[in-house]
Design a protein. Structure first.
Length: 271
């Protein structure tokens, strides 16, 4: 349902690969709420992805950018403000990738070139994006920047591998840059810590099927879906959350505060 929550707002959405992507659902919902945006993804992902279909549906233009490349980011931000007709009100960073995870390297046997690559893509790209926005003074006052994260930044999930470290770094960048963006430009910066979600990135994690079922049975409200994550993101882009910043916000059906649920416990009790 449209409340026109984002009417008149302009932004950039990173990371829509296919219709399962959290960024894809977010783009659809931002469009529904009256927001205008440019879609972006890494050039290589774009060749595989179905992003054109999303662009047509939402009246958005696509500007390819590797989020680890400053020149690409500068070009993206210049073109986006030109196309959209002014400074930006919202940015979604929905990017994650670990080469160690992809290639099945265990946490205790990292290839450090791959570790560095995954760190750059999954965490430093958020700093690079914000630094480029900041230097170009491309955000409007009371704008909102959101990145997606996972609870392995705080708790141990062995198969999440080096992505756990990348997410911890990402969340720290949100706080550190959020301070400068807040005090100097009145822009808020937050991360949303989402439940396991069946997307390309999510399903790359070893044992994902068990992982997602376990989280679902442990959570008071069950796992949050990609659609629900998109809804939550809309609230952070809207003017209803103007003083929420420097936060890591759990969107996980209560999982992060659970010790054990009766459903999970029942599996360990002998009849
Ligand atoms: P996805 O695979 O649909 O999206 C990941 C995106 O990152 C893809 O569009 C990919 O092309 C993009 N990407 C990779 N390298 C890039 C680069 N160099 N430059 C620009 N873009 C690049 O998967 P999903 O799940 O929608 O991922 C979105 C975010 O949500 C990620 O940060 C992920 O870690 C996070 N997240 C996902 C969860 C899950 O279980 N799926 C749980 C919690 C957080």
């Amino acid at each position: 349902m449209s409340y026109n929550l984002l009417k008149g707002k302009r932004g950039i959405i990173f990371g829509a690969l296919d219709e399962n992507s959290i960024a894809w659902k977010t783009a659809e919902k931002v469009h529904e709420q009256g927001g205008k945006f440019v879609l972006t993804n890494a050039p290589v992902a774009m060749r595989m992805g179905a992003i054109k279909e999303l662009a047509e549906k939402t009246g958005a233009e696509i500007i390819p950018a590797d989020a680890t490349n400053i020149e690409d980011l500068e070009n993206l931000i210049e073109k986006a403000t030109e196309i959209l007709g002014g400074k930006l009100d919202f940015v979604l960073h929905s990017i994650g990738m670990s080469v160690n995870v992809r290639k099945g390297k265990r946490y205790t046997d990292q290839n450090y070139d791959w570790t560095a690559k995954g760190w750059d893509v999954s965490a430093v790209s958020f700093h690079k994006t914000m630094q480029t926005l900041y230097k170009k003074d491309a955000m409007n006052e009371w704008g909102s920047i959101v990145a997606l994260t996972y609870m392995a930044a705080q708790r141990v999930f062995p198969d999440y591998n080096d992505m756990a470290d990348n997410k911890a770094y990402l969340e720290s960048i949100a706080r550190s840059f959020g301070y400068f963006f807040g005090t100097e430009k009145k822009v808020r910066v937050n991360t949303i810590s989402q439940s396991p979600t069946p997307t390309t990135a999510g399903q790359g994690v070893k044992g994902f099927d068990g992982f997602i079922k376990y989280a679902d049975e442990m959570s008071a409200l069950g796992n949050a879906t990609a659609d629900e994550c998109a809804d939550y993101t809309l609230t952070l882009f809207s003017d209803l959350t103007k003083k929420v910043t420097l936060q890591n916000l759990f969107h996980d059906g209560g999982f992060s505060n659970m010790g054990v649920s009766q459903k999970v416990m029942s599996r360990f009790i002998e009849e």
